[in-house]
Design a protein around this ligand. Structure first.
Ligand code: SF4
Length: 355
């Protein structure tokens, strides 16, 4: 039977687990330190920890449930990892280099049921949620990759934007955040983490209620229901009016800014008219919203969508700016590798199926 990942425990869960088995509190701190500060890759490397305690951990947990299946490195420093899980499923994780630091994009589910029409990940239906340990291990694997280069680099930012809808795996995603932000461990600042949702309005409110200082991004991609339903079928169940309610709740409750993700699709949602509608929608939100314009990375399976012309991207941007909406055009990463989210995974799966 597969053992759960040790990385799925928060520090207080690890402490209670060891206390219940007769170990002292400081053992938990020692183990935590070995996992996240010394970053060992085998329990046996925890040489200062009493052997009975190490044996207990070996008996109940796994320290490596992810195995690197494919690693692609881009000329711009982006590294895309395809991991094999214990049950054989494949997931993607991406390391990106920015001026402000090293950011990792993590996956939260095997496949995704939201089915956004432009997305390579959504082509493969959800098989299961990832455990909190499997999400944390993605960060640990990337950090081990950096450690192995000996350049003293640290993962400084996280975007929960990989395969899956994080709010459809809410509890594990929240545990993940508690683990990676733990100040005695990886100590990644909550403000350096962004969780992206396709717009599960009730969960956005629940997320606001957690009090976590993490950033929230909403994948909007269209300023009206007709267009959004065409691009994202979830809009049928959760239309823009419900999203606006959730946005208001989030801003009111957290006093934080919300990012709106907007993928620009040529001749679909990239006209000045849509930019104006978007500006109308958020006109009263001032600095509480920020629009991220994302040039589309075409995928073979969605040939109906093409990348917007640069002049249309700029016209969209200018329109928002003129209307006083904070926005930027997202910088691209890894364009020489399978850059679109889920692209590497779907290609590998097809290869395995001999397509
Ligand atoms: S964009 Fe995100 S939510 Fe939509 S199908 Fe892809 S992985 Fe799922």
């Amino acid at each position: 039977m597969n053992k759960p990942s040790i990385y799925g425990l928060t520090s207080s869960q690890l402490e209670s687990w060891l206390l219940e088995r007769g170990h002292k509190k400081f053992r938990a701190s020692q183990v935590w330190d070995y996992l996240y500060r010394k970053r060992v890759t085998a329990f046996e490397e925890m040489t200062d920890v009493k052997s009975e305690c190490v044996d207990l951990l070996v008996e109940h947990f796994s320290i490596q449930t992810l195995e690197v299946h494919v690693k692609q490195e881009s000329a711009d420093g982006t590294v895309k990892f395809l991991f094999r899980l214990q049950d054989g499923n494949l997931i993607e994780t991406v390391l990106m280099r920015h001026k402000y630091g090293l950011s990792v994009c993590v996956t939260t589910q095997v496949g995704c049921n939201i089915g956004c029409s432009f997305c390579a990940s959504g082509l493969l239906a959800k098989t299961r949620d990832l455990s909190s340990g499997e999400i944390v291990e993605q960060i640990m694997n990337v950090q081990h990759h950096l450690d192995s280069k000996g350049e003293n680099e640290r993962v400084s930012h996280i975007v929960v934007m990989g395969i899956g809808e994080p709010f459809d795996n809410f509890d594990n995603m929240v545990d993940f955040i508690h683990i990676v932000t733990d100040y005695k461990g990886l100590a990644i600042g909550a403000r350096k983490i962004t969780v992206s949702t396709s717009g599960l309005a009730n969960k956005m409110k629940e997320f606001a209620d957690t009090g976590l200082q993490v950033n929230l991004a909403l994948s909007l991609h269209a300023p009206n229901n007709e267009l959004r339903t065409r691009i994202m079928k979830i809009n049928r169940a959760i239309p823009i009016e419900k999203l606006m309610e959730a946005v208001d709740y989030y801003i009111e409750k957290t006093n934080k800014r919300i990012t709106l993700e907007y993928i620009l699709l040529r001749d679909v949602n990239d006209h000045v008219e849509e930019a104006e509608q978007l500006a109308d929608l958020f006109a009263d939100k001032g600095k509480s919203v920020y629009v991220n314009l994302i040039p589309y990375n075409p995928v073979d399976e969605h040939s109906q969508y093409q990348r917007s012309d640069q002049e249309d991207v700029l016209a969209f941007y200018d329109t928002l700016k003129k209307r006083g909406i904070n926005c930027k055009i997202r910088q691209e990463h890894g364009t020489d590798i399978d850059a679109a989210c889920g692209q590497l995974r779907s290609k590998q799966i097809k290869k395995a199926q001999g397509e």
